[in-house]
Design a protein around this ligand. Structure first.
Ligand code: NAD
Length: 481
């Protein structure tokens, strides 16, 4: 059992005078580590150190391509040690080891992508009039806060931290209470990387204290947050008091729309994977499937068969479905399943599972619910478990109405071989990403990702995310001869 200190101003912080919080392996329920229950003074110390580091000559003299080299070096380190990193992530989150390996590769891709972009963040020259040269310069913001959820810790950390460092900011990471291991390991790497102290710092503790203090600190210039809608709103309100921008990624209730001419095998696998990935504890999970009425019975028969074949077990045994994070998450999922039993019918799964040898952990069968009203809470709310709700439609317009009929708008999947239908429906989707005959293409490091409606504000991933961490300065230079 390890005690993991925080990294503040180049020093390891956490000793016997601090309060420590336990961290558990969701696959077994075993205690695997302890983190410091940080407090407001830690936040203040970290922000002041980051401000000094950001303004230092030492950091200003690091050239953009050198920041890029550093990030690429980190990408290489992750790839060279991927087994160790994946085991750590799997232990912490409970996810199947092959999915954890995928997360390490995705994190490496973020560091590599933004490392490569570091010396290509350019302004413009804007024609005004003769004798006036007008240019824009993209400058870093200063100190950026990164509040990380528990479901994809290393991936979500990598995507915003890489973009922020590439553009020259000083970053402070607040990892989730339940899953701090890879954030701590990253802080170890950064501590040895040669970066000026204070450019990368890591804080642990409760969201309500450390998270809130960080998002409300006047020394922070931008907050990037991924998590629940209610916490996202709090973060935004807190940051707004300092007139500070936020990037919010707040989850979804994403639909897969299956037309009767769908490429069947691909569609079945796509719909299954979209909901079972990380046991459904995924913001972009495809948690609703909308099937053309005439095709519903045939498609569902195959889908149910596939669900019943899925394996459940601890992350290290690499099952299709790993454990649920903790008791709190498990209870809220089971409550929703019980509610669904009253309002609809369970056509696959629907029960908790005891895995032999892992009785202190929480496992739930992949579940399909049919017959719900689309207005019901289960059809509308993010459940964050391996639970799929089924609906049907008779016309393209009805499919569009159902797909857009929640407060969320993160991702949509469209399964059809009709090019007109595919393009028309894509054009009508109120979601930040649309996938046609696939779902979640290749991890999508280069593709802008973010939400319409309550799924969030701003975009992460791709070149566009570099703009989250820069501000534009316009310089007009008048000259004469
Ligand atoms: P959360 O939104 O409460 O926590 C996410 C992060 O925010 C954590 O690091 C947490 O410490 C921090 N935080 C909490 N309160 C804060 C505050 N007042 N100010 C600043 N930071 C704060 O999520 P949770 O409690 O871990 O999970 C609850 C639900 O959120 C889940 O059931 C799920 O529906 C949703 N969720 C969504 C995502 C996603 O990827 N969109 C990820 C995790 C959880």
């Amino acid at each position: 059992m390890k005690r993991l200190p925080m990294l503040i101003n180049g020093k390891w912080v956490g000793d016997q005078n601090d309060e420590w919080l336990a961290v558990f392996n969701p696959s077994s329920g075993e205690k695997i580590a302890e983190i410091v229950n940080g407090h407001e003074e830690h936040v203040d110390e970290a922000v002041k150190a980051a401000q000094l580091a950001f303004d230092s000559k030492e950091w200003r003299s690091v050239k953009p391509y050198e920041r890029g080299h550093l990030l690429v070096r980190l990408a290489n380190h992750l790839r060279e040690n991927k087994t160790e990193w994946a085991e750590m992530e799997s232990q912490d989150v409970g996810k199947p080891i092959s999915q954890a390996l995928g997360d390490i590769e995705a994190a490496a891709r973020y560091f590599e992508f933004y490392g490569g972009a570091a010396d290509k963040v350019m302004g413009e020259t804007i024609p005004i009039e003769d004798g006036l040269l007008n240019v824009t310069v993209l400058e870093p913001l200063g100190v950026t806060a990164h509040i990380i959820p528990w479901n994809y810790p290393i991936q979500i950390m990598a995507r915003s931290v890489a973009a922020a460092i590439a553009t020259g900011n000083a970053v402070i990471v607040k990892s989730a209470e339940d899953t701090p291991l890879t954030a701590h390991a990253l802080s170890e790497w950064f501590a040895e990387s040669g970066l000026p102290k204070g450019i990368f710092q890591h804080l642990t503790g409760l969201g309500s204290t450390v998270g809130a203090a960080l998002s409300g600190h006047p020394g922070i210039s931008h907050v990037t947050f991924t998590g629940s809608v209610s916490t996202g709103i709090q973060v935004m309100c807190t940051a707004a008091k300092n007139v500070v921008s936020t990037t919010l990624e707040l989850g979804g209730k994403s639909p897969n729309i299956v037309f009767s001419d769908a490429p069947e095998e691909k569609a079945i696998e796509g719909v299954v994977k979209a909901i079972i990935q990380n046991a459904g504890q995924t913001c972009s999970a495809g948690s609703r499937v909308l099937i053309e009425e005439s095709y519903k019975e045939a498609f569902l028969k195959k889908l149910v068969k596939r669900f019943n074949e899925l394996s459940i077990g601890p992350g290290h045994s690499d099952p299709d479905i790993g454990p649920i994070l903790n008791k709190r998450q498990y209870e809220q999922i089971m409550e929703k399943i019980e509610e669904a039993k009253k309002d609809g019918s369970i056509i696959a799964g629907g029960n908790a599972v005891t895995v032999e040898g892992y009785e202190n952990a929480y496992y739930i069968q992949p579940t399909i619910i049919d017959g719900l009203s689309h207005d019901s809470a289960i059809a509308q709310q993010e459940i964050f478990g391996p639970i799929l709700s089924v609906f049907s439609f008779s016309t393209v317009e009805e499919a569009i109405q159902l797909a857009n009929g929640t407060d969320y708008g993160l991702v949509s999947g469209i399964w059809t071989q009709n090019i007109d239908t595919a393009h028309y429906v894509a054009s009508k989707m109120q979601s930040g990403q649309v996938f046609i005959n696939n779902y979640g293409a290749a991890g999508g490091i280069q593709m802008p990702f973010g939400g319409y409606k309550k799924s969030g504000i701003g975009r992460e991933k791709g070149f566009v995310a570099l703009r989250n961490y820069t501000q534009i300065k316009n310089i007009a230079i008048q000259f004469s001869n």
